[in-house]
Design a protein around this ligand. Structure first.
Ligand SMILES: CC(C)(COP(=O)(O)OP(=O)(O)OC[C@H]1O[C@@H](n2cnc3c(N)ncnc32)[C@H](O)[C@@H]1OP(=O)(O)O)[C@@H](O)C(=O)NCCC(=O)NCCS
Length: 332
């Protein structure tokens, strides 16, 4: 395959489970209130997979929508990156499960990327490099999560924050200036802070056991205040890094699409970067934190509703367990 000068996001696709869980619903499950959740996080409702639905169902639906919009058939896909912390099974990968569900049965490479909420941007960086190196032509990058399966529904400090959802993107070769061109992608990690946001149980360190279950170690744990501090600092820094690399200023950016974890983090990061609020894309109130799915689904929503237009410069940033964080710029 010939190498390409650039790569582009040819299309997005999104899928959410139908089941809605509002803050009022949560009031009936844990000791919380709509007011507390709204004020501290901006979240009003989130989606939750039903028992008979899997992560791969929404991931496949999002992938098929992206392929259809791009006019590419599943058999033309060369590589599938499943960006997730919550695959259907530890093995095979979410990407392999999606491959079977969408009928990409041409031997395409399929594997998962685990960098928590930074997953989709990490996958996008790999896809961009693959396409520009001529390794693959059509790369599906899917950020998809079934976080509701890994939440302790008795722990009000975590269960109110997250939701399920899937955002897919198709990355293809491009020339300089093509719509959707990926201009910059930076992904960072600092493993020293792995303990402030983790899912400790049922891995090889703590295999499933009664003790693991009794201590709720099969669920997501978080030191909210520590995460908040690192999130703000690192997202601001990586955005400045991406802008500097491209010699762009905030004034030249049309839209800011930050990770949708929490409205207060979004507002603080936006303010520190001097983004006017009308340039900041937000949908956290409807879906909560869907981890690797937040940026592709929010970007997609703003494209579908005509807010992000062709030619707009879009700055994206994210932050997650690892710790991981990323920044990137796309010319839509
Ligand atoms: C989680 C977060 C909203 C908590 O807000 P906070 O202002 O730090 O709140 P605290 O943890 O200090 O808790 C304040 C009080 O609210 C209580 N509280 C926590 N969750 C609650 C809930 N869902 N409902 C009601 N009260 C709650 C706490 O128990 C505490 O009570 P206390 O003072 O009696 O001990 C905030 O830390 C945050 O946004 N962190 C980042 C989280 C994140 O985005 N993670 C994902 C990154 S990818």
């Amino acid at each position: 395959m010939p190498s390409a000068k650039r790569s582009k996001i040819a299309a997005f696709g999104s899928a959410f489970p139908e089941q809605v869980l509002t803050n009022l619903d949560l009031e009936k499950i844990v000791d919380t209130s709509d007011q507390w959740i709204s004020e501290r996080t901006g979240i009003r409702e989130r989606r939750k997979l039903r028992d008979n639905e899997q992560n791969s169902d929404i991931a496949a639906a999002a992938a098929l929508q992206a392929l259809e919009r791009a006019g590419v058939s599943p058999m033309e896909v060369d590589c599938i990156l499943g960006c997730t912390t919550t695959p259907d099974r530890w093995m095979p990968s979410l990407a392999s499960a999606v491959q079977a569900k969408i009928g990409a049965n041409n031997g395409a490479t399929a594997y998962d990327v685990l960098t928590a909420c930074a997953g989709w941007m990490t996958g996008l960086q790999a896809a961009d490099a693959y396409v520009r190196a001529g390794v693959y032509k059509n790369v599906l990058v899917i950020g998809s999560e079934a976080l509701s399966r890994f939440l302790n529904w008795k722990d009000r400090t975590t269960c109110v924050l997250f939701g399920d959802g899937a955002g897919a993107s198709l990355v293809t070769p491009a020339n300089v200036g093509d719509p959707g061109e990926i201009l910059e992608l930076i992904v960072h990690s600092d493993g020293r802070y792995g303990d402030i946001l983790d899912l400790p149980g049922c891995g090889s360190q703590m295999p499933p056991s009664l003790a693991v279950l009794e201590n709720n170690l099969q669920y997501i744990r978080m030191n909210g205040q520590e995460v908040y501090k690192h999130a703000v600092r690192n997202m601001v820094a990586v955005c400045e890094e991406a802008l500097a690399r491209r010699k762009l200023t905030v004034e030249q950016i049309d839209w800011f699409v930050p990770h949708q974890a929490n409205i207060r983090i979004i507002e603080t990061v936006g303010k520190k970067l001097n983004f006017p609020t009308e340039k900041v894309a937000i949908n956290v109130h409807k879906y909560g934190n869907t981890s690797a799915a937040t940026i592709p689904t929010c970007f997609d929503e703003y494209v579908q509703t005509g807010k992000i237009k062709r030619g707009d410069l879009v700055l994206m940033t994210t932050f997650g367990g690892g710790l991981t964080w990323a920044g990137g710029i796309v010319r839509w």
